[in-house]
Design a protein around this ligand. Structure first.
Ligand SMILES: Nc1ncnc2c1ncn2[C@@H]1O[C@H](COP(=O)(O)OP(=O)(O)O)[C@@H](O)[C@H]1O
Ligand SMILES: [Mg+2]
Length: 222
């Protein structure tokens, strides 16, 4: 797969020499290749968690930084999809004890869903708050939400709740299942509710334990 993607990228650089049809084909190879790569990575992550082999590095860090990273990576996708992306982060650090890379991965999953399953020209919000020892990240959108009958199937691997039959919105059906396993392995929780007012939409949230004690990023204040 690395070779397929690598050579397709080389071809992409030769655009000036390719016909319009050829360069459209190169784009198809790249698109399908990236989709397959995401699928493979998610399947490998899920299987390593289920085999009890997932290694997590739990350490204290400012959750706002991890969320800013996820937002930076998502904002071009939101822009391309015509979705307004807004973030509300507190002015002071929210230090959690978790695996930073995995937290970014979970935030990316929720943000990409809020963009994909939104209404045309809709908005998505990411909010960070704190309650009783937990930090809560909530991602909401203005899409149709999740039908009550389908809600129990959320977080089930490969279940796209019927979206696989609708053209256009691509996915593997693994993002939420993986996010749930990751968050729970970090001693947190993940959940969902539908919004009704002022507009329809879904809110997906996850909680992570707030770090208690002094050291942050290995630094220890005297
Ligand atoms: N914000 C959302 N609004 C409505 N439906 C959603 C939302 N997020 C997820 N879903 C539903 O849950 C399913 C599973 O989500 P996910 O595991 O991220 O897989 P994928 O996005 O690859 O389909 C999606 O296919 C979709 O039907
Ligand atoms: Mg998804």
């Amino acid at each position: 797969l690395s070779a397929i993607l690598g050579f397709a990228q080389l071809l992409e650089l030769e655009q000036a020499e390719l016909s319009a049809r050829q360069s459209a084909s190169v784009q198809q190879i790249l698109k399908a290749g990236r989709h397959l790569l995401a699928l493979i990575n998610e399947v490998l992550d899920i299987s390593s968690i289920e085999a009890g082999r997932m290694e997590l590095w739990l350490e204290p860090f400012d959750l706002r930084d991890a969320l800013r990273e996820a937002l930076d990576l998502t904002s071009p996708i939101a822009e391309a999809a015509g979705i307004r992306l807004e973030a509300e982060l507190p002015a002071t650090p929210v230090v959690v004890r978790a695996d930073r890379r995995r937290v970014v991965q979970v935030a990316l999953n929720l943000l990409s869903n809020a963009i994909k399953y939104n209404r045309p020209n809709g908005a998505a919000w990411l909010r960070l708050g704190e309650t009783e020892g937990f930090a809560r990240v909530a991602v909401s959108d203005e899409g149709n939400g999740v039908a009550d009958a389908a809600a129990p199937r959320l977080f089930t691997p490969f279940d796209r709740l019927g979206r696989e039959r609708a053209a256009g919105v691509e996915g593997t059906g693994l993002g939420l299942a993986l996010s749930k396993r990751l968050v729970e392995a970090m001693h947190g929780a993940i959940g969902f509710e539908n919004r009704t007012a002022p507009a329809r939409g879904a809110v997906f949230w996850f909680d992570l334990p707030v770090h208690v004690g002094a050291p942050v990023n290995g630094r220890q204040d005297p």
